[in-house]
Design a binder for this molecule. Structure first.
Ligand SMILES: [Zn+2]
Length: 598
């Protein structure tokens, strides 16, 4: 693509008679530099005036200010961009102590912002929970892994695990007999890949007091076999499980170690910002890490709440007390509510019944966690207090409830700038798409779920039926009506949270992985719904920044913003789209500091 170059039309040669001090001239020149990329900077005398800490030059710099906007060089001082513009304008920022990164043809762009992540994920539970994600999807392998874990931790009161894949079971129907065979004297609780489903062994079921006659909790399912007996698999049943089983307690030091490990991985993918999908990291620890420079990813924190008026009062009180922790690296102003569950758990709340192939009652649509009235009251209160609401919705009925709540809140509160979000937004009724845009709702979506995964997608197709399955994730339609989408991988639900993989997936609607990406027939889902590469980059930069209230801080490379930058070995906008997932991250710069070198 031909890069637009500004001409020198507006350039005015400064002179001493302009009464500009050297410093103000520099900043004036720098402000104009993006549009004056090819102009020389003759008015500047030699030698650094106010040397930068870091200069990047010698390649393409995608600013993300608008499509086609490139710079040649940038300078960073005290964590912020002090110059973004033409290469010959950056010399003056280079002093003896300035670190200069010569791109040598590589590419720099704003650091990636993941729009929905559960930090620190399994890093926290490395010692206390077995991560089945690290094992082959095979019941015998799972059994052995669990037995080994129990043998290695004989003193634990409970055995916890995460990431059990339903694909390990015949017809993806989860049961607990394999767990009972390994452990029959202590409780075992293992969550599935989605984090919404849970396996309990018989000891744990007894501790929770659950029997085959226990009614399903709101938006949850107690799975039973053909004879009406418990299978040991539960979907979204926290209401009848949480609090009944022993749990581990983590100290701030445990959290610090876990968060540091997680951040190092995030930085290695070029991530410099993240929006929480719900997390339990102590806020005082986050504030401490922001202050000592170890929080190397800008963070919009978030916690789970029920959606009632009383829950709103509690959430508002908590958020109010946590405002003392807020800084440029740490935003604390949102709350998350889970409206429904997941398709494969048959807990997504649907407008029309599940497909007969799902094996549910003919009129079964699942149910929401709260009533519409409760959700609306919750949202209206949170927004009135200036806080952002994020709702997890995977079915078209739950999406509609969230839109209704946001719409009512907007009316009641006079369109406050609260940037409400719907996360996942898999399935939506056609008539609700324009309402999403009208109510300025941000959709936090997961491009790694857009393509056809031969293992997972058939399961979802079975639950929804072919027609509804085909109508999921129509991002092209959403973008075209003006819905803002942020990109994320929902780590650890999708364990691979490298944005470059997701960016390729969204731009191709096909698997980004080698060996799969050429099998277009197998791995492509809605080819006509592909976003452009630039739109995918927007999701992971500017849109992510906006969703986290950072539009003055991050998301683009502009003077005055913080220097959150990723250096890539190739320009994703000019390389072949299938090469995007193979692009190497060379440097990640957070808040002006190089935090990763590839
Ligand atoms: Zn999530």
């Amino acid at each position: 693509m031909e890069r637009p170059r500004a001409t020198c039309r507006e350039w005015k040669e400064p002179s001493m008679s302009d009464q500009l001090t050297r410093r103000s001239f520099l900043s004036a020149a720098a402000v104009g530099a993006a549009t004056l990329a090819a102009c020389s900077n003759k008015g500047v005398e030699e030698g650094p005036i106010d040397a930068a800490d870091l200069v990047i030059r010698g390649g393409s710099i995608i600013t993300m200010v608008e499509e086609g906007s490139y710079a040649e060089a940038l300078a960073v001082k005290d964590g912020k961009l002090v110059y973004v513009g033409a290469d010959d304008g950056v010399d003056t920022y280079i002093g003896d102590a300035t670190r200069v990164i010569e791109l040598g043809g590589a590419c720099a762009m704003p650091g990636f912002i993941d729009g929905h992540i559960h930090a620190p994920g399994p890093y926290l539970t490395e010692e206390t929970e077995i991560a089945f994600l690290n094992y082959d999807v095979d019941l015998e392998v799972y059994k052995q892994a669990l037995a080994d874990f129990i043998a290695a931790h004989p003193n634990y009161d409970i055995y916890l695990g995460m990431g059990v894949d339903l694909k390990a079971f015949p017809d993806s129907k989860g049961t607990n007999d394999w767990i009972n065979e390994v452990c029959s004297d202590k409780p075992v609780s293992l969550s599935d890949v989605s984090g919404h489903g849970q396996f309990l062994n018989d000891v744990a079921i007894e501790l929770c007091g659950i029997t085959k006659d226990t009614p399903n909790p709101p938006s949850g399912i107690i799975y039973k076999d053909g004879d009406g007996e418990l299978t040991g698999y539960f979907s979204d049943c926290g209401a009848i499980i949480d609090g009944y089983l022993p749990d581990f307690e983590y100290t701030n030091e445990d959290y610090r170690k876990a968060v540091m490990g997680f951040l190092a991985e995030a930085n290695s993918y070029g991530i410099t910002g993240m929006d929480s999908g719900g997390d339990s990291i102590p806020r005082d620890l986050l504030a401490e890490m922001a202050a000592d420079g170890t929080l190397t990813v800008r963070y919009n924190a978030n916690f789970f709440s029920d959606a009632t008026a009383e829950a709103a009062d509690e959430a508002i009180a908590r958020l109010g007390s946590e405002q003392r922790y807020v800084s440029d690296m740490l935003t604390i102003k949102q709350v998350k509510h889970k409206v429904d569950g997941v398709p494969e758990g048959k807990s997504s709340y649907l407008l029309e019944p599940y497909d007969p192939a799902a094996g549910t009652d003919p009129d079964y649509v699942s149910s929401p966690a709260n009533t519409q009235e409760e959700m609306t009251a919750f949202t209206t209160k949170m927004n009135a207090a200036g806080y952002q609401v994020q709702m997890h919705c995977m079915g078209d009925a739950s999406v509609r409830m969230a839109i209704n709540a946001y719409e009512e809140s907007r009316k009641a509160n006079g369109d406050p700038d609260v940037r409400n979000k719907i996360t996942h937004y898999n399935l939506v009724a056609k008539e609700d798409v324009p309402r999403t845009a009208e109510n300025k709702i941000i959709c936090c979506m997961q491009p790694m779920w857009f393509y056809y995964d031969p293992f997972f997608s058939p399961l979802e197709e079975q639950m929804f039926g072919a027609e509804r399955f085909a109508s999921e994730y129509h991002i092209r339609d959403l973008i075209d009506v003006g819905v803002m989408i942020t990109g994320s991988n929902d780590y650890p639900v999708t364990y691979d949270f490298a944005p470059l993989h997701a960016i390729e997936a969204g731009a191709t609607q096909c698997s980004p992985y080698p060996g799969e990406d050429e099998q277009v027939d197998v791995y492509t889902r809605n080819a006509d719904q592909a976003a452009t590469v630039y739109e995918m980059l927007q999701m992971y930069t500017v849109n992510g920044a906006y969703a986290a209230f950072w539009e003055d801080k991050a998301g683009t490379l502009e003077e005055g913003k913080f220097a959150d930058i990723v250096v890539l070995d190739k320009d994703p906008l000019s390389c072949d789209v299938k090469e995007i997932s193979d692009i190497a991250v060379l440097y990640t710069i957070s808040n002006g500091n190089v935090v990763y070198e590839g």
